[in-house]
Design a protein around this ligand. Structure first.
Ligand SMILES: Cc1cc2nc3c(=O)[nH]c(=O)nc-3n(C[C@H](O)[C@H](O)[C@H](O)COP(=O)(O)OP(=O)(O)OC[C@H]3O[C@@H](n4cnc5c(N)ncnc54)[C@H](O)[C@@H]3O)c2cc1C
Length: 379
């Protein structure tokens, strides 16, 4: 495994740092405060090729692999976790599902629009009563000739309102049957398909999270991804890749929180010395740096394996579990190093702290990652 950045990774990291200074940093606290999802930033990231990182060039994407993808999300999340989360959901979930399981016509129709961010993508698995237990979902599709009629609701869906297209997984068979669910591509404006309530969140506030509502929503059978009954298995495979992107998101937030705390610890003096000279602070920084390094290795290991076409079910869960828990620990210590100022909006520490927490929840909680890992090592 190569430990140094490739030329492409360096180029992507530099490009995102520049982009962040110009287009994200000046407005991000405003978006955070007002919970505004900055669609125009998304479109600009699309122009840079960051909305179809893994999409082959023949479908209008950048044609990169997972190493570049992890670098892009981590660099973006170092600046603003909300934008990192939205980028991860767009690339890995909606776009990733169509890329992995769409037929040629579906790929030609949707990937060029998604890869350039002309369209924004959403992905709906979670329901109000079934999050971790997604296989128990109740949103149902019933066949009526060439159409499927969908009724029910999804919640916590990233880009549920602003998304131009959603991939949703719904029940087409018996409850409790992992082959009883099917994935459909549904475009915004389809009668019976609408966005519901927007969540008011602790963190990741500039990443839009809403309900999706289906009321006798008729979807043509050509919009089905794969075959009837394949939806849940497809979703689990999509999440295997998606979890690498949440590990990258976690890593970026942790790195951002660490760099801010490191700089502050050298500027802030108490007892006539920089606070970094106190062992109580320098040992925190040592722990933070070490844990970030370990999270980075797990994340890039999973990315490298994914690039080589290996099964990453266990490794992506390990990377996501560890990196997200590190992100929360590092962001917490970051606030502590800033002292009272860490508790204010004048410094970035509080935002990293709020944003980091999502990482241990989205795309499967830490407890669910442990379930995935333990199943893999006990079989
Ligand atoms: C900001 C945000 C964005 C999101 N974006 C999307 C999206 O785009 N698309 C989408 O489909 N979903 C999305 N989600 C949903 C997310 O994936 C779920 O919130 C997550 O899977 C947890 O489900 P839940 O919230 O229903 O919690 P629950 O499943 O109710 O879990 C509650 C608690 O019980 C624990 N628990 C549950 N089962 C077990 C078990 N078997 N063993 C031990 N502990 C267990 C959990 O770990 C957790 O601590 C998003 C969520 C958020 C907050």
């Amino acid at each position: 495994m190569e430990f140094n950045y490739t030329e492409n990774q360096r180029m992507i990291a530099d490009m995102i740092r520049d982009f962040g200074v110009k287009h994200i940093k000046p407005k991000m606290m405003e978006w955070d405060e007002s919970q505004e999802f900055p669609v125009e930033v998304f479109k600009k990231l699309g122009e840079l090729g960051l909305m179809g990182v893994l999409v082959p060039t023949e479908y209008g994407g950048s044609g990169f692999g997972y190493l570049e993808y992890v670098t892009a999300i981590a660099e973006l999340s170092k600046i603003d976790g909300s934008i990192g989360l939205s980028m991860a959901a767009h690339n890995s979930l909606c776009t990733g599902h169509i890329l992995q399981f769409g037929n040629e016509a579906q790929k030609k129709q949707y990937l060029p629009k998604l890869a350039t961010a002309e369209w924004i993508g959403a992905w709906g698995l979670t329901e109000p009563n079934t999050g971790s237990d997604a296989g128990n979902m109740r949103t149902v599709a019933v066949q009526d000739g060439d159409y499927w009629v969908i009724n029910g609701a999804k919640n916590f869906i990233t880009h549920g309102k602003s998304g131009n297209v959603a991939v949703v997984i719904v029940r087409t068979g018996d409850v409790g049957d992992s082959h009883g669910m099917t994935a459909f591509i549904i475009e915004k404006g389809t009668p019976g398909f609408s966005a519901g309530r927007k969540e008011d969140k602790l963190g990741m506030r500039a990443s839009e999270t809403t309900e999706l509502i289906f009321e006798d929503c008729r979807v043509h059978k050509d919009q089905m991804l794969g075959k009837v009954g394949e939806g849940f298995i497809q979703a689990m495979k999509v999440l295997d890749g998606g979890r690498i992107s949440i590990a990258a998101l976690s890593l970026g937030i942790a790195q951002g929180a660490f760099e801010a705390a490191l700089a502050y610890s050298q500027e802030r003096s108490q007892f006539n010395k920089p606070i970094s000279s106190f062992q109580g602070i320098s040992f925190k920084l040592a722990d933070m740096a070490t844990e970030i390094e370990a999270a980075s290795l797990l994340t890039y290991q999973a990315a490298d394996m994914k690039n080589r076409g290996l099964n990453v079910n266990k490794e992506s869960a390990m990377a996501k579990l560890y990196a997200s828990e590190v992100s929360v620990r590092v962001a917490n210590e970051g606030v502590q190093i800033f002292g009272g100022y860490g508790f204010t909006k004048d410094y970035p520490a509080e935002k990293y702290y709020r944003d980091a927490k999502l990482c241990t929840i989205g795309e499967g909680t830490s407890e669910i990652q442990k379930l995935v890992i333990s199943r893999a090592i006990l079989k």
